[in-house]
Write a protein that binds this ligand. Structure first.
Ligand SMILES: [Zn+2]
Length: 318
């Protein structure tokens, strides 16, 4: 989640000098935010992660008819959650097929949708070098939102077909490994460092303005019912802590801009022991902990944790 939210929301490709200057001007931030589901399809509380044991070998590669087995409980998988409302990411063995795949929005059905990825390619994992930065899922999300590879041609010198994106140059072939700029295809330097390229993780650096626009168009067209993440905190805002006038062992928490926020707030003592955690949804100014706590004088920490931001306050209690 950290990798996805960083790349889609925080990372600024305009300042990345590993992107050749001719491409830096068309680099863009998708600004699509991801969070783990907080309610399952029945409306029950969940952490958004299911762990299911299977007896089916190499389940991430297997299909029965059109059905991906990993997405169906009766085929040894984990039953897909309503793909209109949830982005389903299935993490399972993919030994005898490409390490990851996504369902294009126009091919999705109620029983087959989302992404399947081998566990070795999830998140930052140095032992999976050169696919060690978690960008495989970034790439698959591009497909999930309807982006194609930069080259869609099957012949190495065919420039007749295009990825349908105006600001990516035509390419007759896909690149692998980590090429050196300029690498020429169809008479132009190729944008091999695009996230929709097939290069290794530390060589992928950008989505373009038109790719971002295409993703947004496809969200409106095909994926408009996807759940939204709860608001966290505006980029510029910070959580603030003040003393409650009424109770000892309780503080007032809020934000510098008074905006609603959702987070887990924990009180941690000087030894690092968590004394209490409370969940807040859409809160503004509110008491923490929800019930005053008996505390001995000393130094404590109040830690705010949301999908996007972590922040810690040191407080002296006397
Ligand atoms: Zn791909």
């Amino acid at each position: 989640m950290d990798v996805l939210n960083y790349i889609f929301n925080e990372y600024n490709p305009n300042f990345n000098n590993q992107i050749p200057e001719i491409f830096r001007s068309v680099a863009a931030k998708p600004q699509i935010r991801f969070c783990l589901a907080k309610k399952d399809p029945l409306g029950l509380a969940t952490n958004g992660i299911l762990r299911v044991k299977t007896m089916v070998e190499d389940i991430g590669c297997r299909t029965m008819g059109n059905q991906k087995m990993i997405m169906a409980a009766n085929l040894g998988g984990s039953q897909i959650w309503d793909p209109k409302r949830y982005l389903n990411v299935f993490i399972g063995a993919r030994e005898n097929c490409p390490r990851a795949e996504a369902i294009f929005p126009w091919n999705a059905s109620l029983s087959t949708d989302g992404i399947i990825i081998d566990p070795r390619l999830v998140g930052v994992r140095l032992s999976s070098h050169p696919f060690h930065l978690g960008y495989t899922l970034v790439h698959e999300l591009g497909h999930y939102f309807g982006l194609l590879h930069l080259s869609v041609n099957s012949q190495p010198d065919d420039c007749s077909q295009d990825d349908g994106i105006a600001d990516t140059p035509p390419q007759s072939k896909n690149y692998f490994g980590c090429p050196i700029h300029p690498s020429i295809s169809c008479g132009q330097p190729s944008m091999f460092m695009n996230f929709m390229s097939l290069v290794q993780d530390d060589c992928m650096h950008l989505f373009t303005v038109d790719q971002v626009q295409k993703m947004n168009e496809n969200i409106v067209l095909y994926r408009s019912e996807l759940g939204e993440c709860l608001p966290v905190l505006a980029d510029s805002a910070k959580w603030v802590v003040s003393y409650s006038g009424n109770h000892f062992g309780q503080w007032i928490v809020g934000t510098t801009d008074e905006s609603p926020w959702s987070a887990e707030v924990c009180l941690i003592d000087i030894e690092g022991k968590i004394r209490i955690c409370n969940q807040y949804n859409q809160a503004t100014r509110t008491a923490f902990p929800k019930k005053p706590l008996q505390l001995s004088p000393g130094i404590y920490f109040i830690q705010f944790k949301s999908d996007m931001k972590h922040q810690t306050y040191k407080i002296v209690y006397y």
